[in-house]
Ligand binder design. Structure first.
Ligand SMILES: [Zn+2]
Length: 131
């Protein structure tokens, strides 16, 4: 995903919340581990967009943080769960899931029982939490 487009989406969410009467003090953006986002580029983009939100619309947030959510997988056959760290799939898995997510199920399998019928429980997508 493009970092600037993502930062714009986050900024728009903040703006909409504030306009709808919500008091937004801090923003936490949770990026899934499997989400291809350059954190530094994203941080810079978000800083810049939030400061123009303040300059142009008078909407300011005190702070924002970026956290990464660890990926979690669950096997539909044996029920075991595992993280990316526990899985000896390496970099090529990350590449595959970024570019062709469908390929993941034909090339990777449950570390316990070997089934290819597993799901990605966590680690994809982006969430915005405000306080
Ligand atoms: Zn299994």
């Amino acid at each position: 995903m493009h970092e600037w487009a993502l930062a714009e989406a986050v900024t728009r969410t903040v703006e909409e919340l504030v306009l709808s009467g919500r008091d937004v003090k801090s923003v936490e953006v949770v990026l899934g581990e499997l989400q291809a986002v350059d954190e530094e580029v994203f941080r810079t983009a978000l800083e810049e967009l939030l400061s123009s939100l303040r300059a142009e619309k008078g909407i300011s947030v005190e702070s924002f943080t970026i956290t990464r959510e660890k990926a979690l997988f669950r096997c539909n056959v044996c029920g075991s769960t595992w993280t990316l760290d526990e899985w000896s799939v390496g970099e090529e898995f990350r590449e595959a899931i970024h570019f062709v997510p469908e390929v993941v199920h034909s090339h990777y399998s449950c570390p316990k029982c070997g089934s290819r019928d597993f799901e990605i429980v966590k680690g994809r997508g982006v969430q915005v939490r405000v306080r």
